[in-house]
Design a protein around this ligand. Structure first.
Ligand code: DPP
Ligand code: ZN
Length: 876
């Protein structure tokens, strides 16, 4: 497979101004006629052939300006349609293809999901529908006529506005014509056809446009579409208020489908969603689902400006739309909910997904320089780290220059396919700052480490902070340059933050030091007492921080820091240090017990006094760093069992000591009010359920009793699932009984059963592999549905101790599944193979076993490009 390189980019030789599609939907034989309005690109090479992309296509008709053309003038394969000497002027091509949506198990292009026709064209699925210049910098105006059997597809949707609809003679078939006035690349094309129910709502934009909003779902499920609609209305208002962006069509449609490779897709005016991120009611969605739906509805909607109106010149610029849009959805959720809690949750995700990617063989820059398969670059690095880069940019240029820079970007780049350089230039202009070094964030992979230490001089009343940065080598990047790290900080004294007085050039004001050198020192004067430094407040840069503070100082930060994020972080740091040392040398049990004592003492007061006022924050405080984070901190010769054991005993010890407080808290937070999904109610449930988990670890008997009672009494899925999760910690008949009861209760709810599958796949016991293999035979499971696969097999691959079984059977199972899935759905298979991303940091025996299985995958004949690429890079 060829390596596609950023430096090889050149503009298309041809442009397609207009696309008229006429699509006759049929389960196996869908006829597609594409009429393309072509012209030579003035920026391209004159006289170049026209090479249209295809993928598993076969040509059934071709006309140039309406006339048949000589067979010698073109060649057609499954991958390309080439016109050897096209006219050097405007002309049209009429291309006929036929596709089989039912046979399309890759879920790329046009396919059928539970009898609904739908499409997924990002990144390069359009070429599976018709031959095309399938690249994001070729933007066209689309008109789409859809025809289908009325019974089979009463609803026919495409991008833009509906301009005509009617019945065909005989009354069996009908049609709809959609026109999208905004030029767009092919990856934003979409169609939907099927029997769907919906909810509708009218909306008037800030600039007075009337918009009809609709959320379409499987028949019978309209009662679960209300939350998504509510989220949509709120995020539309938010984008008007915060970014000055109004919606730009007469309709906005959201459709939920049950077989979808990703979370959702931002097709212009017709967002298509994995139903997991649309459907919600208290019985079938958890608080976490409600929050994810809110975030993803917002994410896809926000793409209308950051992604659609301004798209990407090429796929290397993917972060231009994704990092920026994740940043926007994070800000929306922060405004709608609790900002500190949202930040903590986002940083947890960043650390567990992106830091681990950055620390392993799949590390790549936010803007990769080369790829073999672009679908493998929809990664936490492009998305989550990409969002962190935007967050840093905002901090560095300030709120006003940031907003002005965004306005300039929308103004200047609207209707274009843009680059990171064009984006950054807007902020350089509005802030007057040189962003050349900042741009390194897009080029350099790896998580920087900030090493910090401080010295107090009582006589001089100064405090000197020494900061240094390093970034470990990553694949293809042995030598790292210093990046621009905004370090938000405070010096915490007995009565709170001390004033920051310094003449240092590195001090940017507003409590931010800019560390852009390998190392620097900042001296603060007029410091009347020895302070405790609180660094990286709000997690101001996506970096690791090494700062050697005594537990006592961290515990003081936990109680006294004015920055909520660092209050949370302080306790995490105490726990993490103890877990790292116990995970390294399993002898350190006593130290762990001592730490548990310290943590429990700090938490006891907190739970009594502060937790009830902010339960969502308290729930985050109670949750220890996850074992995978400890593994990454240890970084080499990792023994997953030792880490797991340390994690369990720390949690159990804390639970034991806090038990009376936890019980009291559960009482206090218990509510007889009916379920509501708002953030405050969700926070109370989160804290109660966090407490339940700790109790179950400390006292399995008591935990099981509480869990059973909670399951029986609950009026919502959140509390039921938390009961099930707590119960999975306690082996025995009661657990199996609850597992069976759960399955019976939710037998008709595939999305709920996904959670049931995952809860079992995550059990940290040797029997889990057999359990998972058994569950593959369960009627609720199917290898053809991505959500089922991710829940059961993906869940197992995320089970630190069982995926990493010392006998290698966990690797063998997942590797076999990758090979099996690759035959039908390469994208799902390659994602699953990504579970091996941390294999190099394992202890030698497991490492050898994991490598063998990776090699087995790599050597399998007939692999997809997706899986071959991951296997190859993981082994390199
Ligand atoms: N562009 C989609 C999203 O991130 C993924 N295909 O919204
Ligand atoms: Zn996106």
């Amino acid at each position: 497979t060829p390596l596609i390189r950023l430096e090889d980019y050149r503009p298309s030789d041809w442009l397609i101004d207009t696309v008229d599609l006429d699509i006759n939907l049929h389960p196996q034989k869908t006829q597609v006629r594409a009429l393309l309005g072509l012209r030579p690109n003035p920026a391209g090479r004159l006289g170049a052939p026209l090479i249209l992309d295809g993928d598993e296509l076969s040509l059934s008709g071709l006309r140039l300006d309406g006339l048949l053309i000589d067979e010698s003038a073109y060649s057609a394969t499954a991958q390309a349609l080439t016109l050897h000497a096209p006219p050097q002027r405007r002309f049209t091509l009429t291309i006929d293809t036929q596709v089989d949506p039912s046979a399309n198990t890759k879920l790329m292009g046009l396919y059928r999901s539970s009898r609904v026709y739908c499409t997924q064209c990002e990144a390069d699925g359009f070429r599976r529908i018709s031959y095309f210049l399938d690249r994001p910098d070729v933007m066209s105006i689309y008109s789409v006529r859809l025809e289908a059997a009325k019974l089979e597809a009463p609803v026919l949707l495409s991008n833009g506005n509906l301009v005509a609809a009617g019945e065909m003679a005989g009354g069996e078939r009908h049609f709809a014509v959609w026109h999208d006035p905004h030029p767009k690349p092919a990856y934003l094309f979409a169609l939907v056809g099927g029997a769907l129910d919906h909810v509708r709502q009218d909306y008037v934009t800030a600039d007075g446009r009337k918009v009809e909003l609709a959320v379409h779902v499987e028949p019978g499920k309209a009662g679960r579409a209300g939350w998504a609609m509510d989220c949509l209305v709120r995020c539309m208002r938010w984008d008007e208020r915060v970014f000055g962006r109004n919606y730009d069509l007469d309709v906005f449609n959201v459709v939920a489908v049950s077989d979808f490779n990703m979370g959702a897709m931002e097709n212009k005016g017709l967002n298509i969603f994995n139903d997991k991120y649309v459907l919600a009611d208290p019985q079938t969605a958890t608080d976490g689902d409600y929050a994810s739906i809110e975030a993803i509805i917002a994410h896809e909607y926000f793409h209308n400006w950051t992604g659609n109106r301004i798209t990407c010149r090429d796929w290397f610029q993917l972060c231009l739309k994704e990092g920026l849009t994740v940043f926007r959805d994070q800000e929306f959720s922060a405004d709608e909910r609790s900002r500190p809690v949202k930040r903590i949750a986002d940083v947890r995700t960043l650390r567990s997904t992106q830091f681990s990617e950055d620390a392993g063989p799949l590390a790549h820059p936010v803007r990769p320089r080369a790829y073999k398969e672009i679908n493998n670059f929809y990664t936490p690095t492009v998305y989550e780290k990409g969002a962190e880069v935007i967050r840093m940019l905002k901090l560095l240029v300030g709120d006003d220059a940031f907003r002005a820079g965004m306005d300039l970007y929308f103004d200047r780049c609207d209707g274009t396919a843009a680059t990171i350089e064009e984006f950054l230039a807007c902020f350089a202009e509005t802030s007057g700052k040189d962003l050349t070094q900042f741009a390194r964030w897009y080029e350099q992979a790896g998580t920087p480490t900030i090493v910090a230490s401080g010295r107090y001089d009582a006589a001089a009343r100064t405090y000197t902070l020494d900061l240094a940065q390093t970034t470990a080598p990553t694949p293809g990047q042995p030598d790292k340059q210093p990046v621009v790290l905004p370090v938000a900080l405070g010096l915490v004294g007995k009565a709170g933050d001390l004033p920051l007085v310094t003449g240092s050039a590195a001090y940017a004001g507003d409590g931010v030091i800019v560390l852009d050198q390998p190392s620097l020192s900042v001296a603060f004067s007029d410091v009347d007492e020895p302070p405790i430094p609180s660094l990286l407040r709000g997690f101001s840069a996506p970096a690791r921080l090494e700062l050697d503070l005594a537990d006592a100082d961290l515990l003081r930060l936990f109680s006294a820091d004015s920055d909520s994020f660092n209050r949370w972080q302080a306790l995490q740091s105490v726990a993490s240090r103890a877990l790292v040392s116990a995970g390294r040398s399993p002898g350190g049990h006593n130290a762990l017990i001592a730490t548990a004592g310290e943590l429990a003492e700090a938490l006891a007061g907190f739970l009594r006094v502060q937790a009830p006022a902010d339960p969502a924050f308290a729930a985050q405080v109670l949750r220890l760093p996850v074992p995978a984070d400890i593994a990454r901190e240890i970084g080499r010769d990792v023994d997953p069992d030792a880490i797991h054991a340390a994690h369990r005993s720390l949690a159990a010890e804390i639970g034991l000591r806090l038990r009376p407080h936890l019980m009291e808290l559960r009482e206090r937070l218990g509510t007889s009010a009916a379920y509501r999904p708002d953030a405050a109610s969700a926070g109370r449930r989160a804290l109660r359920n966090e407490a339940l988990g700790l109790i179950a670890l400390a006292d399995p008997e008591a935990g099981a009793r509480l869990a059973e009672a909670q399951f029986a009494a609950a009026d919502n899925l959140t509390d039921r699932l938390a009961a099930l999760a707590a119960m999975t910690l306690v082996p025995g008949d009661a657990r199996e009984a609850l597992i069976a009861r759960f399955a019976k209760t939710y037998a008709a709810e595939p999305l709920v059963l996904d959670k049931w599958l995952m809860a079992q796949a995550l059990i940290a016991e040797a029997g889990t592999l057999d359990r998972v293999k058994g569950l593959m035979q369960h009627p609720a499971f199917s290898l053809g549905n991505p959500n089922r696969v991710r829940a059961l097999i993906g869940g197992f691959a995320a089970n630190l101790t069982q995926f990493n079984r010392p006998d290698g059977e966990g690797y063998a199972f997942v590797a076999d599944m990758v090979v099996a899935l690759d035959r039908t759905n390469p994208q799902v298979a390659s994602r699953l193979l990504g579970s091996f991303k941390s294999w190099r940091m394992l202890e030698p025996a497991r490492k050898a076993l994991a490598e063998q299985k990776l090699a087995m995958v790599a050597q399998t004949p007939g692999l997809s490009r997706d899986v071959a690429d991951i296997a190859e890079r993981a082994l390199a």
